[in-house]
Every structure is written in C-alpha cells, then in structure tokens.
Design a protein around this ligand. Sequence first.
Ligand code: ADP
Ligand code: MG
Length: 356
Amino acid sequence: MGEPMPEIKSKHSLVAKYVTKPIWDKLHQAVTTTAGFTLAKAIACATEYDDQHCGIYAGDWDSYKIFAEVFDPIIQEYHGISGDVVHESDMDVSKIKGNIDPSAPVHSTRIRVGRNIDGFGLSPGITRTQRLDVENLMKKAFANLTGDLAGTYYPLTGMEEKVRQQLVDDHFLFVSGDKNLQTSGMERDWPEGRGIFHNKDKTFLTWVNEEDQLRIISMEKGGDVKGVFDRLARGIQAVGESVKKESGKDFMLDPKYGFIHACPTNLGTGMRASVHVDLPGYTKEGLSVLKARCEELKVQPRGTRGESGGQTGITYDISNKHRLGYSEVELVQCMIDGVNSLVKEDLELQKKHGIA
Ligand code: ADP
Ligand code: MG
C-alpha cells in the first residue's frame, strides 16, 4: 500500500534521522488542508541533495501538526530545546545594554523577522491564488503605514532590470536561484506575487512572498543596533495591526514554537540581527577559526551577499545564531556582545599577523 520511501540523499540530515520507514508508511499519504502539502514535498531537499543539515520545510501551518512526529523531534534537536518550551517575545529596546562600540569597523546593521498570515499557505506550499491574495492584502496594509514607516510597494513583476539589480547590489532585495528554495517549491510562478515595500530612506522594508510571506526588515548604515531594533519593533507592530484591520487575520503564532515560518530553523522569533563588519585579523587567521569562535559566542558568520551569495574580502555578516528559546531582546544583546568581542580580538590578531 502507498508509495515506497524515497532515498534520502542527505544521509546526515535530521530528515534522515527522523523520517524512518514506519513514520513514512504512516504519514506519506496525508495531505494538508490549507495548501495540499505532503511529507514527500516537505523533505524534497533531503531526497534531492546530499548536503542538507535539516532538509525539511513546511507548506502551511497544518504541516507542523499533521507531520508533527517528524517536525517535533527535528525542531527540538535543531534548536536544542525540550518538548515543553513556551515561546516568549520581548521587543522592549530599553532592556538592551550598551551598543556596538562606535569605533568598530561596522558598515551597516540589519534586523529582520519573518511573519506569515494565518489562513494562507507557507511559501513551499502556498497556492498561486493564495500568494496573490497575500500580495493584494499587503498592498492595502502597506498603504496604512505612517510617519517614518510610510512608503511604497514595488512588485517584482514589471520592475526595470536596472532598478532590480541596484536594489540587490545595495543589499535591499532578495534574488531567485537558491537551489533549496527552488527544490522546496518556493520559486513556483516566479516572480508573480513577489515584491518589496520600502520607506523613502530604505530603512524600513518588507519582502513579500520570498521564503516567508513577509520578511519585515529594519536597516541602516553604521552600528546603531538599538536604533534599528526600535524601528523594527514599531514596524512589526504597525504591519500586524494593519493586516488585522484589512483582513481580520493575525500572524501565525504558536504557543510553543512562536512565529511560524516555512523553515523550522526560523521558528520562534524568526529574527536575524546582523552587522556587516570588517575582520581582517580573523581573515588572516582563517575562516575555520572564526567559525569556531562564533559558535562559542552564539553568533553566526555569513558572507555579505546573503546566505547563498558567498564571502568576499574581509567583511562578514555576523548575526545571532539562535531563533527559538530566547527573546528578541536576548538575541540582539547576544549579537551586540559577540560583535564587540570579535572586533576586540581582531585587533590582537591584526598585530599578530603584522597588519595592524
Ligand atoms: P536573510 O534571509 O536572513 O534575511 P540573507 O543572508 O539571505 O538574509 O541576506 C539577505 C540580504 O540582506 C542580502 O542582500 C544581504 O547582503 C543583506 N544583509 C544582511 N545583513 C546585512 C547588514 N548587516 N547590512 C547590510 N545588508 C545586510
Ligand atoms: Mg535568506
């Protein structure tokens, strides 16, 4: 009865560990209500590629419930949490102690959260109609924003290539072509239904229908993490209230897993707070040393052209590593402290390598 279990090429992934034959037999014929998602679709990246760490995405909120026997242990292991966590949100900027050292070679600061609106599928499963409904709802919701949050929505469809490329080069806009996003179904019907909202100064932005229905972003030049966090907190609140006013709907929020996202690694706060910072000493020392030190500081290094864009020169994207099990305030604090430590250590490494 049913389909044979597919080969899981990512042998060391969490999917390989938890999608066992009995679980496959039990769940593979289940289909979710909101987006018609299946276990086979959820684990597509793990069956297609051999390099996945998690290897699973959700196609709607239902996926986390219908396939809970797979998702729950993966979420617990990935985030290092127990089964009875309770998600707590705290965006009170006044609780943050200190800031990035003003003398640190920080180019820019960016904090984003993912948000998804109840009733529509998540990116890997969302239907074409639902995706357009989300975009149309957001056009109305964005129009209600006022003050420094007010701005304009620019759909990807029909955007001039020159404008699009400039937005990408300036680190404001997402790109297509990530193999995981493609294989998991997130680039179906590209670019229809996708777009970017931003205020005049491009310090408050929202991506529509990329990996999550919404990525709400606050960013600016320099290292004022507190100021960026303050704007983000106000922006999330304003967007949430506006969505509620226009549709009666709330963001998907689970008591245990916090804000629901397409990727289980983003569950909880869905927040990534980062700075672009120069670390010439660590660059000389080697990426593996930087990675190990970041692990200790609970931060994560990336290249400056985004997760799939790679590393160039001596500039790194340093962000909080955790999403779930900590409040937003705690994660921002961890990033500030981590970056200050790295910058201090980097000065010593520069001396050691004779480049100070
Ligand atoms: P995420 O998906 O977590 O939002 P990505 O790593 O995919 O982040 O990067 C998305 C975009 O945000 C990229 O263009 C990247 O260069 C930009 N970005 C990330 N952090 C910063 C920062 N601190 N300053 C400027 N741009 C940033
Ligand atoms: Mg991304």
